[in-house]
Design a binder for this molecule. Structure first.
Ligand SMILES: CC(C)(COP(=O)(O)OP(=O)(O)OC[C@H]1O[C@@H](n2cnc3c(N)ncnc32)[C@H](O)[C@@H]1OP(=O)(O)O)[C@@H](O)C(=O)NCCC(=O)NCCSC(=O)CCS(=O)O
Length: 383
């Protein structure tokens, strides 16, 4: 494969991650899915390599990664396990991106410094029972009480919500119309009044705990508000824009992993006296799978380059294109990989059925692909 615009440090990181995946992720990938087990041991491995906290700048004690590094790491890990890829760069969405972009210097020193140690887990809480695509309809409320804010409400489907040390919680702090009046708080999950419910039972990404969380008079110090009061809808949109390419990266990795499995199987599987790889019907499928994945990869690393060069014009639409195109591609590619395996592909003895189950979530979370199309179309129509 082409090396795109990767710099030497990106290639070095990618090679280190490949070796780590072979040693630590590949041996447990099927088992964490089978047992729906959160791989705590990977927290240590990833933390020691700087992979949970990749995006923390060097001046705050972090590895100083960029969007390209985060995506390369996720792509490599997702070739073997989407669940493990979701754990990598865990601190980006819930802590690093909001604090780097909207936090005060004191918040940066404290939280980025903590993240840099490589043992912190975080989550983001936006979604509620009545609030999915329509973020501004959220019902969770926070009111000011002296030097604190007191939060009440419930959120659902919170990824890593049961293991996170800190959760970025979005709540309405005034009854302003629509997007106005929403604020963001970094909540320490040890705070009195915070709790979570039982784990959601999911089709895929097993080993990644998703839970409902409950905030019952959760009191947080005023300094835990991230960004200006009432303006966090924009914080939310901005961190989604920056994180959506990483969903694209996971999807590209998953698709490549499925292609590699299907290609190897097609070479080995004998029917009508020859490997099925010799049949044009299979060759055309494999070629389409690789072509679509390569197109998604080109789009992905073009988008990461934009971000790393701070070229923000049209970035939101570009991030939505990557998330949408790569995840639609991964779903199609994983389904075709199962088809190439035939009956064996439907069995749990082979990993491709897991890839097909895991692929689906990428079309749904961090904004459904219908929402991504809406963002893209709005950008086009604005001219
Ligand atoms: C549907 C949406 C794309 C847009 O929602 P709205 O139509 O309600 O809002 P707008 O009128 O477009 O915008 C209001 C306001 O915000 C500004 N804005 C909009 N987009 C951006 C942006 N990308 N960056 C900065 N600012 C932005 C816009 O200019 C307006 O400001 P003014 O009023 O003009 O000043 C949106 O609601 C959306 O993306 N929905 C999807 C939500 C989503 O992705 N949810 C997923 C949750 S997280 C997850 O799934 C992870 C799993 S988990 O929960 O653990």
């Amino acid at each position: 494969m082409n090396d795109y615009h990767f710099e030497d440090h990106h290639k070095l990181l990618r090679d280190q991650v490949r070796r780590m995946v072979e040693r630590h992720v590949a041996p447990i990938a099927s088992e964490i899915d089978e047992n729906n087990r959160f791989p705590q041991e990977l927290v240590e491995v990833f933390g020691d390599m700087g992979l949970l906290q990749l995006w923390v700048p060097e001046e705050y004690g972090g590895p100083g990664g960029d969007l390209t590094s985060v995506c390369l790491v996720k792509e490599e890990i997702a070739k073997v396990s989407e669940s493990a890829a979701l754990l990598a760069a865990n601190n980006s969405f819930g802590l690093i991106l909001p604090i780097l972009n909207f936090g005060s210097e004191a918040q940066k020193r404290h939280y980025l410094g903590l993240s840099a140690k490589g043992r912190t887990l975080t989550a983001v809480a936006i979604t509620e029972a009545g609030t999915g695509s329509d973020v501004s309809s959220m019902k969770t409320r926070a009111h000011r009480d002296g030097e604190s804010w007191v939060i009440n409400g419930a959120k659902i489907y919170i990824t890593f919500g049961s293991v996170a040390h800190f959760i970025l919680v979005f709540a309405r702090t005034s009854e302003g119309k629509g997007a106005n009046g929403i604020s963001a708080f970094l909540v320490d999950t040890k705070t009195k009044g915070f709790s979570h419910g039982p784990e959601d039972r999911k089709m895929g990404i097993r080993g990644v705990p998703n839970v409902p969380i409950y905030l019952d008079n959760v009191r947080v110090p005023a300094e835990n508000m991230i960004g200006p009061e009432g303006q966090a809808f924009k914080t939310c949109m901005r961190i989604l824009d920056l994180n959506r390419p990483t969903v694209g990266a996971t999807a590209v990795g998953l698709a490549q992993g499925a292609i590699d499995l299907a290609t190897a199987y097609a070479r080995e599987r004998i029917q009508f006296g020859r490997p099925i790889a010799e049949f044009q019907g299979i060759q055309f499928m494999l070629a389409d799978m690789q072509m679509q994945t390569e197109a998604a990869r080109c789009m992905l690393y073009d988008c990461t380059r934009m971000a790393d060069r701070q070229e923000w014009g049209g970035f939101s639409a570009k991030a939505s294109m990557v998330k949408c195109f790569a995840s639609d591609t991964a779903m199609k590619v994983a389904t075709d990989a199962v088809q190439i395996f035939g009956g064996a592909g439907y069995m749990r003895d082979f990993p491709v059925e897991r890839f097909m189950r895991d692929a689906k979530i990428n079309q749904i979370f961090e904004g459904t692909n219908q929402i991504q199309r809406l963002v893209i179309a709005r950008h086009m129509l604005r001219g």
